[in-house]
Ligand binder design. Structure first.
Ligand SMILES: Cc1cc2nc3c(=O)[nH]c(=O)nc-3n(C[C@H](O)[C@H](O)[C@H](O)COP(=O)(O)OP(=O)(O)OC[C@H]3O[C@@H](n4cnc5c(N)ncnc54)[C@H](O)[C@@H]3O)c2cc1C
Length: 645
């Protein structure tokens, strides 16, 4: 295989990958049974094919493709008009009729607000018009989520859990025409939906799933039993998609778990809301522990096919998780507005606190990082609409980047407000001050780093995709059952490929590229190009050293995926800023982007430095000793929670 072949396969994304019944490319012999099973389940659900180009996948291989994101995509005039009209009606309505602090305190989104949202079609934004929905583009849908999030996190989550991951999304992606016609129109009328994957023992690791659906003797329905935890909208949902185990399949002589997705209706006998969960933030959501006892689910309610439930859940999340970044924009823009006003009006030590150097630093961070969050969100949203690129890597990067940075912004905003940042809006109002809800914003935004794939799981996901081209190339060597002939031919194939590819990663292509279209930001684009080569060769060095065991080196991979994510954010931001500068007729957006790139560059340099230290990190042995209980002496003289075993 030549460099051209690999680059071609990345451009058209035709990686062969591990097929459903293929052997794993990663050696599981040194893993515990649980680890091996978790990996097998995850691999069998992983989308292996790459039918479209992926910016992120190429970045990991040292190919920087700026043409994919420049010029920055823009909404068509007609599409923008649709979004503008909806937002012009919804924004003022929310300001007047939805008291977000009352939602937080009472844990209730008023029914009249929910009714109004149904009347406007807000529960059917993403549903095509032929099924009665509004047929919004991903961009317009995300614009609405941004707006709602800027005001009330819980209401935004009600809408997004319903249609980003709830029944409409997987139904549109994997349902039959008959199933779509049957259920989708109900979401325009009055039905709320939910997505039920998590269980008490199933968080990030679905291999532990214990909910079961056995086929009835007459073959007409499944019998569903089990519990689902933290199901958002679960306490009020009329229709939900439930992931559960069905009859296992034998693959290569071994039993392989089958996770299947079923559509379950609240009024089916045996569906029970056991407990409504209460949280630190987004307190108005109707999130529940659900129990299913011998629920008869007609076999027509099977989504896609048996054994594809986890792939369905992951595929749903690939697009579904794009809403979380949009929510981060709403919160971050609100934070900027609060900090600007407070930074200007609050005078201490003889000048506005926003003009003291630490104040200026915070304002510059918040504004430039908000711009980057927007760039990443709108780029991935446009790509989702255009359907020309494979966005699974970029959607995960967007989720990771936007949630972690929005959290930093929330933290900084609380700090900027000092004691007022810690005080509830109702208390501020009671003493006659502007009721900026900063503490609620902070509580509401923390969950974004956990739901729809935690930050750690996003990094694992990105790392697996980063390694994919190398693992595929070496598949003939890594598979235990390969013949000697296959091993030798794989070795030659690899030598041929790396002999061409590797030297290219040392040639600084950015010396020959000038990126004139990026104007003031051309240096930043050169940095991205140069660093993508460094990233690719560093990944290769670790791959050569650890081979398939690299997949378990999470510190190394975490640093590499964070570098790639920052590079993606830098490229998106530069392109976005050029478009904004043209629209606004001045350089302000370019200056913001340059500042963001400076911050990102410093973080990237930190990641490369950390890579050198991961080998000798003292954290690993200390962490292990803590789990062993060796440091229990450090827990003395506190009032223990529970039995402190
Ligand atoms: C408010 C809220 C709403 C939710 N809504 C829904 C919903 O609508 N539907 C639904 O199905 N679920 C929902 N969830 C569940 C949510 O998706 C899970 O909390 C999330 O997937 C993480 O699972 P866990 O909490 O069990 O964490 P665990 O899997 O127990 O993980 C705990 C910690 O360990 C880390 N970790 C786990 N595995 C690894 C690993 N291999 N390597 C490194 N670190 C690891 C995690 O990143 C995390 O930091 C919701 C949760 C909350 C709190």
């Amino acid at each position: 295989m030549t460099v051209k072949d690999i680059e071609g396969s990345q451009a058209t994304q035709q990686h062969e990958g591990v097929q459903d019944d293929d052997e794993l490319l990663v050696d599981t012999s040194k893993m515990s049974e649980g680890q091996a099973e978790a990996l097998e389940v995850a691999e069998s659900a992983r989308q292996k094919e790459w039918k479209q180009p992926s910016f992120g996948s190429q970045l990991f291989m040292g190919t920087f493709a700026p043409d994919m994101l420049f010029p920055f995509p823009e909404q068509s005039v007609e599409d923008k008009k649709i979004g503008d009209k909806f937002i012009a009606e919804l924004g003022p309505y929310l300001k007047e009729h939805l008291d977000a602090d009352a939602v937080d305190e009472t844990r209730t989104i008023p029914q009249n607000v929910i009714d109004k949202l149904f009347e406007m079609g807000a529960f059917a934004m993403k549903i095509p018009q032929k099924y009665g929905g509004l047929g919004f583009s991903q961009v317009n849908y995300n614009r609405v989520i941004q707006l709602v999030s800027s005001h009330c996190g819980a209401t935004a989550v009600l809408l997004s859990a319903h249609q980003s991951i709830g029944v409409p999304q997987p139904l549109l992606m994997y349902g039959t025409e008959e199933q779509k016609q049957r259920w989708l129109p109900r979401f325009r009328k009055d039905a709320i939906s939910a997505f039920a994957l998590t269980e008490p023992n199933v968080g990030s690791d679905p291999a532990q799933m214990s909910s079961t659906a056995d086929m009835s003797e007459d073959g007409t329905h499944y019998i569903l039993n089990g519990e689902k935890l933290w199901c958002t909208n679960g306490a009020v949902a009329d229709i939900m998609v439930v992931m559960c185990r069905t009859k296992p399949k034998i693959v290569n002589g071994k039993e392989r778990q089958q996770i299947t997705a079923l559509i379950v209706e609240k009024n089916m006998p045996g569906v029970e809301v056991v407990h409504r969960c209460d949280f630190m933030g987004i307190r108005g959501i109707q999130n529940a522990l659900l129990r299913f006892t011998n629920v008869k689910v007609p076999k027509d309610n099977l989504l896609w096919k048996e054994g594809r439930g986890l792939a369905l859940a992951l595929g749903t999340l690939n697009v579904g998780r794009l809403t979380v970044p949009a929510a981060c924009i709403g919160m971050s823009r609100q934070a900027l507005s609060v900090c600007r006003r407070f930074g200007r009006d609050r005078v201490q030590w003889g000048q506005p606190i926003g003009l003291h150097e630490p104040g200026r630093q915070k304002l510059a961070f918040i504004a430039s990082t908000t711009q980057a969050i927007e760039a990443v969100t709108w780029l991935t949203s446009h790509w989702a609409d255009q359907k020309k690129n494979d966005i699974r890597i970029e959607a995960a990067m967007a989720k990771l980047f936007c949630t972690e940075n929005a959290w930093r912004i929330a933290d900084m905003t609380v700090q900027m407000r000092g004691g007022r940042g810690y005080e509830k809006a109702s208390s501020l109002q009671a003493r006659g001050e502007e009721p900026f809800p900063v503490e609620r914003m902070m509580r509401d935004s923390r969950i974004n780093l956990i739901i729809e794939g935690t930050s750690e799981i996003m990094r694992l996901f990105l790392a697996r995709e980063a390694l994919d081209p190398h693992l595929n190339l070496a598949a003939g060597l890594l598979k235990k059952n390969s013949s000697m002939g296959t091993k030798i031919s794989t070795l030659f194939k690899m030598m041929g490929f790396y002999a061409m590819w590797y030297p290219k990663q040392w040639i600084n292509g950015s010396s020959f590229s000038s990126y004139p279209k990026f104007g003031k930001l051309s240096q930043q684009m050169k940095f991205v190009e140069k660093t993508s080569h460094k990233l690719a060769r560093t990944l290769f060095h670790y791959m050569a050293r650890y081979q398939d065991a690299l997949e378990r080196k999470q510190l190394i991979l975490g640093n590499l995926t964070d570098i790639a994510t920052e590079l993606f954010a830098m490229s998106a931001t530069c392109s976005y800023a050029v478009m904004q500068a043209k629209q606004r007729g001045n350089d302000e957006p370019l200056d913001l982007a340059a500042h963001f790139c400076w911050l990102a560059k410093r973080r990237i340099e930190g990641h490369f430095r950390s890579l050198k230290q991961t080998e000798e990190t003292s954290a690993n042995p200390i962490g292990k000793k803590i789990i062993n209980g060796d440091y229990r002496w450090m827990e003395e003289d506190i009032v223990w929670v529970g039995d402190n075993s």
